[in-house]
Ligand binder design. Structure first.
Ligand SMILES: Cc1cc2nc3c(=O)[nH]c(=O)nc-3n(C[C@H](O)[C@H](O)[C@H](O)COP(=O)(O)O)c2cc1C
Length: 397
């Protein structure tokens, strides 16, 4: 997929420098053209020879180059690059970049390039949490660099916490999503739920809600366009599903529950955009309830699909919606936590329900937040998938 792409891999002097060898090897397997640039300190951890062998290309180790290296001087490489990946990025390198310092080949190239830059911090947890480092990471993010956040786990120094270099797959996915924006969900299965449910009272009546299904269908269309295998589990709507999607029609919340769980294992990503009925009549009356009969409408609670998905979550990225009438963000964050969601899309009921447009706030992690203006649901779908794509994803099928 990355065939012919010019990728500069910048390696800085952290303990995770050896992991760059796996990343470079994967890039080469996808037939990318890789140029490795190492800081002086990086060369203390891994030898340039490793990367020279993996890339069959000269490794850049110094700003002042020998005559043989003129053809890859920093400005030329900065212009040629389709993307610059810094993995691992030390605290020192991040701080330097944030200050605009250009005192070696890699930091000079970062200033000189117009290509997208991906920065993958990796360091001791205390260094990562240091306010200065955090502020500098934010600075880089504001300058349109993509930060691939480190993972939490056991660090080389023995500490537990955030600071491990992001997984290879996540980094590769991020590169693909930037360089091949229209195929960023290739090889991914996305299970999407859409529409309302209907809970029958008798042979002709039901309890339902005003969901139109437009948001879920827009997501299904956008995901299919971007190369995903889409499974759309839909309640009753009048909409036409994308022809590439596998469509499963359901009526009740229980049917939706069963179908979603039946396909959960296949899914890499689940986006629950349906408005599932919380209650259903305790008894389904056969035939038609007569007007003259007294209607005794006893309701029971339906199973909570998202809650169940959250409990059974393994590799999946879980995305939910919160349509709220009050305390929008507080309630949405509560829901995200209670159901182990990775991302939640919050909107006021009056802004989106059964409309063609929506005004949403994307919330993720501890503080992640992106508020969007009123947009057509197709555009909202694109924004949501862009966010998921950027967020991604250690999912391997
Ligand atoms: C054994 C050892 C391991 C280190 N690991 C890291 C690390 O994982 N992350 C980090 O930010 N700095 C780490 N450092 C510190 C950097 O090497 C140091 O800040 C250096 O100046 C970075 O230079 P560079 O950013 O130009 O590559 C480590 C240093 C040593 C000696």
């Amino acid at each position: 997929m990355l065939k012919g792409k010019e990728i500069v891999v910048g390696i800085t002097g952290g303990i995770a420098a050896y992991k760059a060898a796996y990343i470079v090897s994967r890039l080469k397997k996808e037939q990318a053209r890789v140029t490795v640039v190492m800081t002086r300190m990086a060369q203390e951890f891994v030898t340039p020879l490793t990367f020279q062998s993996l890339t069959a290309n000269m490794v850049i180790t110094d700003l002042v180059m020998t005559p043989k290296q003129w053809e890859i001087e920093h400005i030329a490489l900065a212009k040629k690059a389709d993307i610059v990946l810094i993995a691992p990025a030390t605290a020192n390198f991040i701080d330097k970049c944030a200050a605009g310092i250009a005192d070696d080949f890699l930091s000079t190239l970062v200033l000189a390039t117009k290509a997208p830059i991906l920065v993958c911090p990796a360091m001791n947890k205390n260094m990562y949490e240091n306010q200065l480092v955090q502020e500098n990471i934010q600075k880089l993010a504001k300058r349109k660099m993509t930060i691939i956040e480190p993972e939490t786990g056991r660090l080389a120094c023995g500490d537990e916490g955030a600071g491990r270099l992001a997984g290879e797959e996540k980094i590769l996915d991020a590169i693909r999503s930037i360089l091949i924006p229209h195929a960023d969900f290739q090889d991914k299965t996305i299970l999407i739920t859409a529409g309302p449910t209907q809970e029958p009272l008798d042979a002709i009546r039901f309890i339902s809600n005003r969901s139109s299904g437009k948001m879920g269908y827009a997501l299904a269309r956008e995901a299919a366009l971007r190369g995903a295998e889409v499974i759309l589990v839909t309640g009753p709507t009048t909409l036409i599903p994308p022809k590439e999607a596998t469509v499963i029609h359901v009526q009740t919340a229980l049917e939706m529950y069963e179908q979603v769980l039946a396909h959960y294992q296949e899914a890499d990503i689940v986006i629950a955009a349906s408005a599932v009925g919380d209650f259903r009549p305790r008894n389904l009356v056969p035939g038609k309830i007569k007007k003259k009969n007294q209607l005794n409408l006893a309701l029971i609670v339906n199973p909570d699909i998202l809650q169940e998905l959250g409990k059974r979550k393994k590799k999946q990225l879980l995305v939910g919606f919160a349509a709220e009438s009050s305390n929008l963000e507080i309630n949405a964050r509560k829901k995200m936590k209670a159901k182990s969601l990775d991302l939640i899309i919050a909107n006021k009921i009056e802004d989106g329900f059964s409309k063609n447009t929506n005004k949403v706030i994307l919330l993720w992690g501890k503080n992640g937040r992106k508020a969007l203006p009123v947009l057509p649901k197709e555009k909202v779908a694109k924004e949501i998938l862009d966010k998921i794509s950027a967020y991604r994803i250690e999912i391997k099928r």
